[in-house]
Design a protein around this ligand. Structure first.
Ligand code: TXA
Ligand code: MG
Length: 318
């Protein structure tokens, strides 16, 4: 039998052409991909993830020419953002074209589109005559996968193939930007810092939370969660005091000494927020597998990708 984890691009293309699922590497997190033009294939994504059908998928492309067949209109601000950040960790929400099925967009009139920046996946996409829909390759509400092994740990051989592109270099899901006319609206904080988006298109607004009818379910209060209880703390040493007789793991920015912690995961000794983002989910996966009673995560500086990291940790803690 073939190994599920593979670097054989031609084999993965063949599976996708036969309407099977393939896990693909991107610079943000691994995705669970299927042919967007085949509803049977797309349905398999929802089944595999246990994902509610009201949660739309992101369409992954490899060339700007593909935009016109998927989107009805492209605001100027979107064109600017695509030119500046694609391929890269940016998803644009655009009015959809009739070609895009309601299954992919969960019945919405808009479609989410992104050009990922990963050499293997770009090569894979170039050899296909369809784009792929791909949510993050994790069960619904769980921590995203940033390595092929994380995907295998979640789904085992239930996925026909996992294309191994190594560890994800950005490590946080894409920043999602929609448009109100020409005005950019950030739906999900992610791998591109808000400041960088604003440097490109001017001031943006943030989509406010509406838990009853989430616009982007990545904004659900509970999301990105490890199985172990997680607490986001402004003062880790003080929070640890409340758990003296328990097995505690700490997720820290740059420090590594915390009295009474069984395990400490330090994300960037040199205090680099990009490095911390890259390592965040792998550290959460390890902490989750360590048989801990509780994970205490330190709040990150509220700047650059620290803003996106705090967003994930807040949701992980719910
Ligand atoms: O970095 C990423 O974006 C990764 C990689 C694999 O590309 N994908 C990812 O997909 O994070 P997913 O499905 O886990 O998160 C996509 C988010 C969801 O919260 C979904 O609700 C939102 O995008 N979304 C998709 N289409 C949308 C639409 N038309 N309007 C609003 N939100 C949308
Ligand atoms: Mg996800």
């Amino acid at each position: 039998m073939r190994n599920t984890i593979t670097t054989d691009i031609a084999y993965c293309q063949e599976l996708l052409q036969n309407n099977e699922l393939v896990a693909i590497p991107t610079e943000t997190v691994y995705g669970l991909a299927a042919n967007i033009f085949n509803d049977t294939a797309v349905r398999k994504i929802f089944e595999m993830k246990g994902r509610p059908m009201f949660n739309p998928l992101i369409v992954h492309i490899h060339h700007l020419d593909q935009l016109s067949s998927l989107a009805k209109s492209v605001p100027e601000a979107a064109t600017k953002l695509a030119a500046r950040f694609w391929p890269g960790p940016l998803t644009l929400i655009l009015e959809k074209n009739a070609l895009v099925s309601d299954l992919v967009t969960a019945g919405k009139s808009t479609v989410a589109i992104r050009m990922p920046n990963h050499p293997l996946t770009l090569q894979l996409l170039q050899g296909l005559d369809f784009p792929v829909a791909a949510p993050s390759a994790n069960p619904f509400t769980r921590v995203s996968s940033t390595s092929a092994q994380h995907v295998a740990d979640y789904f085992g051989n239930r996925i026909p193939a996992i294309l191994d592109g190594g560890p994800c270099m950005v490590g946080l899901e894409s920043t999602i930007v929609g448009f109100d006319g020409e005005a950019a609206v950030v739906y999900r904080k992610g791998g591109i810092a808000l400041k960088a988006i604003e440097a490109c298109v001017g001031q943006v607004s943030l989509l406010t939370k509406n838990e009853d009818a989430p616009q982007a379910p990545g904004m659900l209060a509970k999301h990105y969660s490890p199985g172990t209880k997680l607490i986001l703390s402004d003062d880790v040493l003080k929070t640890i005091e409340g758990f003296t007789s328990q097995k505690v793991g700490v997720l820290a920015f740059y420090e590594s000494n915390f009295a009474n912690a069984s395990i400490v995961e330090t994300l960037s000794e040199k205090q680099d927020l990009d490095e911390a983002a890259q390592k965040l989910f792998a550290a959460l996966h390890r902490l989750d597998q360590a048989g801990l009673d509780v994970i205490i995560a330190q709040r990150f500086p509220n700047e650059g990708l620290g803003i996106s990291i705090n967003d994930r940790l807040e949701r992980a803690g719910n």
